[in-house]
Ligand binder design. Structure first.
Ligand code: G4P
Length: 190
């Protein structure tokens, strides 16, 4: 997506070969116009796929997922991150370890909001190692729903997430795919 790539080149800050700071337009200050365009882009891409719910993971996925849900005219379900393994009958959980941040949490969702009749698109800001996306897929499937696709804003194609998801049989639609980075420089896939 041209507009997202332009923002990354102008305002993104690759601090090393692995981490791109996007806190001025995605995950701290939010560029609402860009999020709206991203939502329109995903909605256009998924418009004939009978999506019934958009699912995301708090917190940085919420802004783009909200606009995607708005333009698809379906509800948004936000999976929560908690450190508690206490599971009530109403909840499903999956343990996620973030390599980038070195943290572990329980991805948690209420059973009330996704069911076997749902056809879900999972939206998230970054795809790195694929752990968050895999956890989200696990919870959606635990509820008997179908994961139609994974929609990603920024895919770091040099990390294993995309391959893992594709090898597991899922579609990944990424708006910007980064081939490589170094301090101060970003190179996109063709
Ligand atoms: P994975 O889910 O693909 O396996 O990725 P990983 O565990 O390695 O990292 C997940 C967390 O790190 C996510 O944030 C993701 O947004 C963030 N992240 C990964 N790569 C980058 C990067 O290059 N730049 C930035 N800025 N963030 C990155 P999170 O823990 O879910 O945080 P948040 O959504 O609450 O902001």
């Amino acid at each position: 997506m041209k507009e997202l790539k332009e923002k990354i080149l102008k305002f993104g800050n690759p601090i090393n070969e692995n981490v791109l700071k996007v806190d001025s337009f995605i995950n701290h200050q939010v560029d609402a116009n860009l999020m709206n365009l991203i939502g329109k882009e995903f909605a256009e891409y998924y418009k004939d796929r009978n999506i019934t719910k958009v699912v995301t993971i708090e917190s940085s996925g919420i802004a783009p997922a909200t606009f995607t849900a708005l333009h698809l005219n379906v509800p948004l379900v936000i999976m929560k991150k908690t450190t508690s393994k206490v599971l009530s009958d109403d909840l499903v959980q999956a343990t996620i370890t973030s390599y980038t941040k070195g943290t572990t949490f329980e991805l948690t969702m209420s059973k009330k909001f996704v069911n076997k009749d749902d056809n879900v698109v999972v939206i998230d800001d970054f795809l790195a190692n694929g752990q968050a996306a895999m956890g989200a897929i696990k919870l959606v499937e635990k509820m008997g729903a179908n994961v139609e696709s994974i929609g990603i804003l920024i895919e770091k194609s040099f990390q294993p997430g995309r391959k893992e998801l594709i090898d597991a049989g899922y579609e990944v639609y990424s708006l910007a795919r980064i081939k490589r980075m170094s301090k101060g420089e970003v190179e996109f896939e063709e």
